[in-house]
Design a protein around this ligand. Structure first.
Ligand SMILES: Cc1ncc(COP(=O)(O)O)c(C=O)c1O
Length: 486
């Protein structure tokens, strides 16, 4: 296949050039009906792409011409059997993976640090999650990868799992040993579903870890918009399997995607795939150069350090994405949260994520040398102003036992919660999730019982002012619980 083709974008351009009379949806009639300020800022061209299922532009939900071809080109570029364009991000791809793998009451093995969209998928499907806990890294206090032995052990205990859902690479750029894991799942004929939202670029440069499709995953979702150069919300769902039914996946996508998918997003997927396929190596050379330059700069700053390749090669960190920078602040007198705020307020530098101990930055080929220099200079300045601290890492990621499940996520969703004082939540069924940051692995999910041990762990977070994700009352004076036997 000729990867220089862009069938969908070309069809959209041809359609615009026809200047046809247009009496369909959307109503704006391209640039002609656009609010003036929007048009002035964005220019006219982009609005001409915002059409619908015209005679030239195919139908995402029943593709026969240009979208079909564009998806085939994407499948070939990534080494998939079949690829679906997504217009609601990897969020809808993950929901689709879950609902096309496990039905009401069926088990599915899920990594405990999975993205929240897995919970949506579990609510939609009614499946019963069996959780596997990833390794954790004391330095810098983040979740590591899932060890193959953990997957093996969990599948031995729960041989009736209908699928295994893992995240690799994680938000922090940490990859699991998917090659070893896919052997385990293949032997048991259980599909391996991988959230590769942060790893679409791996396929186009040899200095990145191999992609999940290359390593034997059956179904993989990627946010092209996170690490490639497509527009926000545009993602890909790939199949390379005999263990999942592509028709069921297609039907599931009807449940999770709009009937009016954006052609701008789909065209951007078509073009981003072409760009990576034709120029990926050069583009990613630039990403690597920039991130390596920043890493070297940070190595020269007193008190700061990056998670680097020297930690790779274990179950916790099988491999690392070098373009994902995790900068640790344990040895200077500010937290990751404060560093993010100060980088923005004092230096106008905006970073992807912060936790108590770290900043996470996403470096791509779009980043300029000037941005990189400004970042390193700002970090140096921050570190000098903040001054050294005694290593405040210290936090050991010792997790309480996973709590028993009283209800599936779907049953929990369908049950009306009540708010109780936090002191009375012990022993009750949780109505909401709580995940201390770091490392961001949920201690409790809706439908699980708040055991004494979990309550005490969360109580320590509350009294220690540790950042908690999830609770509607983040100070934990109250908590949502569910009535029993509703
Ligand atoms: C690991 C992971 N998976 C999935 C998603 C959802 O992706 P999207 O934003 O494309 O819907 C995210 C978003 O941050 C993520 O970090």
């Amino acid at each position: 296949m000729d990867q220089s083709e862009t069938p969908l974008f070309t069809a959209l351009r041809s359609y615009a050039e026809l200047n046809a009379g247009y009496f369909r949806i959307p109503g704006h009639r391209f640039e002609r009906g656009m609010p003036e300020a929007f048009r002035r800022f964005a220019g006219d061209g982009v609005f001409k792409l915002d059409v619908t299922e015209t005679p030239l532009t195919d139908d995402l939900h029943n593709p026969e011409t240009v979208i079909k071809r564009a998806q085939e080109l994407a499948a070939r570029a990534f080494g998939a059997d079949k690829t679906f364009f997504l217009v609601n991000g990897s969020t809808c791809g993950i929901q689709t993976m879950i609902i096309s793998t496990a039905r009401e009451g069926e088990k599915i093995l899920v990594s405990r640090n999975a993205h929240r969209s897995v919970m949506d998928g579990l609510i939609l499907s009614g499946a019963r999650p069996v959780y596997a806990v990833p390794e954790t890294l004391d330095f810098p206090g983040i979740p590591g990868g899932m060890a193959p032995v953990t997957v093996e052990r969990m599948l031995d205990i729960h041989p009736d799992c209908r699928g295994v859902f893992l995240v690799s690479p994680s938000y922090y750029g940490i990859c699991c040993d998917l090659g070893a894991i896919s052997k385990i799942t293949w032997e048991r004929q259980v599909p391996l579903l991988v959230d590769e939202a942060h790893g679409a670029h791996f396929y186009f440069h040899p200095d990145f870890p191999p992609g999940a499709l290359t390593l034997g995953a059956d179904c993989v979702v990627q946010s092209m918009h996170k690490v490639g150069n497509s527009l926000t919300q545009s993602s890909l769902l790939h199949l390379r399997t005999s263990l999942l039914n592509p028709d069921r996946v297609r039907q599931a996508l009807r449940l999770t995607q709009s009937t009016s998918p954006s052609y701008i997003l789909m065209a951007s997927l078509d073009l981003a795939r072409q760009d990576l396929a034709l120029r990926g190596r050069d583009l990613l050379d630039r990403s690597l150069e920039t991130s390596d330059w920043i890493r070297r700069g940070i190595a020269g700053i007193e008190g700061l350090s990056c998670v680097d390749r020297d930690v790779a090669g274990t179950h916790a960190v099988f491999a690392l994405d070098r373009t994902r920078l995790v900068i640790n602040f344990d040895r200077i007198k500010i937290t990751g949260f404060q560093a993010r705020q100060r980088l923005w307020e004092e230096y106008r530098i905006d970073v992807e994520m912060a936790d108590q101990r770290n900043l996470v930055l996403n470096i791509t080929f779009g980043n300029t040398p000037e941005e990189a220099q400004a970042l390193v200079a700002a970090l140096k300045d921050l570190s000098q102003k903040a001054g050294p601290s005694r290593d405040k890492g210290g936090f050991k990621a010792v997790f309480p036992e996973l709590p028993p499940q009283a209800m599936t996520p779907r049953q929990a969703w369908l049950t009306t919660p009540e708010k109780v004082p936090w002191s009375e939540a012990k022993g009750r069924i949780a109505g909401e999730m709580a995940a201390p940051y770091p490392p961001g692995i949920p201690l409790i999910y809706p439908g699980e019982i708040i055991t004494q041990e979990i309550w005490e762990y969360l109580e320590d977070c509350r009294t220690g002012n540790r950042h908690l994700n999830g609770p509607s009352d983040p100070r934990l004076t109250s908590f949502l619980v569910l009535p029993e036997g509703d």
